[in-house]
Ligand binder design. Structure first.
Ligand code: ASN
Ligand code: ZN
Ligand code: CA
Length: 331
């Protein structure tokens, strides 16, 4: 079986290259041989098993519309590939578990299913087709989000409840966002919004906002005693906001044409250190210091230790971590 490079027309990311594999029986399979052999399957409305592996005669996949069933497969395969490349480039990590093993992706789950999910028992991620089956949940940030649940499961193992669950969700939003920036795709440029391509609210607004999480109507901007009682997709706001402040700083800023205005709990001003360093700090904390029960206070300690390890105690980066946690009321 030969490793090939196909061309895909995605719904959200324009024309992309895909890792494919020439099939012994002719044509090509959607198997990314350069990235552990990641496979992408068509569930064709099913909700279990793997359905059928995507296959194509001429290695030209999808047409950018949801009516073509390959299109969601193109987006999903591209998202998994970019996430794989981001882990390698940013962290020198070989796949989700660090051992070179590929996950797999399944698209067209159920009928008009408006969600996507990682399942650690199959080491796989799955995508519904969204409202009216026209907005599959296969955008870059969502793919990076789901795949990063695998990363968290393989490392810290943050329990999916209370504050540790919020940190688990935030880790997926943080790296999903970093994947989107890393891709540098002109059809889906990097932003600090989650799910801005999939129109989950039906009015063009994103699912979540990292600069000011409360803009979604449900998420927490700041830590409070009861934040762990929120749904994990809302208690995540505290860490998403921390990561935004650490990367970009407080106040008004426009990035790739999107305007942000990030507040602080105490009116303090935070100066960002850039997303690349913030990624390093979060990754080191996740993979070295977080445990299954880490809460927000523990995340503060862990990220300060990570910043100290990477950039020195009491340095600019260390002080920025302290300032960003203070700005979200984690002390
Ligand atoms: N899409 C959701 C997530 O990845 C599914 C869930 O609630 N587990 O967080
Ligand atoms: Zn999630
Ligand atoms: Ca986004």
């Amino acid at each position: 079986q030969a490793v090939d490079t196909g061309t895909g027309t995605s719904e959200y990311s324009g024309t992309v290259t895909l890792g494919t594999t020439a099939s012994a029986s002719g044509g090509y399979d959607l198997i990314d041989g350069g990235r552990g052999g990641h496979k992408t399957y068509d569930l064709n409305g099913g909700t279990s098993g793997t359905g059928t592996l995507f296959h194509d005669a001429d290695d030209t996949w999808g047409d950018g519309t949801p009516a073509n069933r390959q299109t969601a497969g193109v987006d999903a395969a591209y998202g998994a590939a970019v996430t794989w490349d981001f882990y390698k480039s940013a962290f020198n990590r070989n796949g989700i578990a660090g051992d070179g093993r590929a996950a797999y992706s399944r698209v067209h789950y159920g009928n008009a299913y408006v969600n996507a999910f990682w399942d650690d028992s199959c080491f796989c991620m799955t995508y519904g087709d969204g409202q009216n089956n026209v907005k599959p949940l296969t955008s870059l940030d969502v793919a990076g989000h789901e795949m990063s649940h695998g990363l968290t499961a393989a490392t810290a193992g943050l329990r999916y409840t209370r504050e540790s669950g919020g940190l688990n969700e935030a880790t997926s939003d943080i790296f999903g966002t970093s994947v989107e920036f890393f891709a540098g795709n002109s059809s889906d440029p990097g932003d600090y919004l989650i799910g801005e391509k999939i129109d989950i609210n039906g009015n063009g607004t994103p699912l979540r906002y990292m600069d000011k999480p409360s803009k979604d109507g449900s998420s927490a901007d700041y830590w409070s005693r009861n934040v762990g009682r929120l749904d994990v997709h809302n208690s995540s706001g505290v860490a998403n906001h921390f990561f935004y402040l650490l990367s970009e700083g407080s106040g008004a800023k426009t990035i790739n044409g999107v305007s942000y205005n990030s507040p602080t709990y105490d009116g303090s001003t935070v100066t960002g250190i850039g997303r690349a360093k913030a990624d390093q700090i979060w990754y080191k904390a996740l993979t070295t210091y977080f445990t299954s029960s880490t809460n927000y206070a523990g995340a503060r300690t862990a990220t300060l230790q990570a910043a100290s390890d990477l950039y020195g105690a009491g340095g600019t980066e260390y002080n920025a971590v302290a300032a960003a946690w203070k700005a979200v009321n984690v002390n």
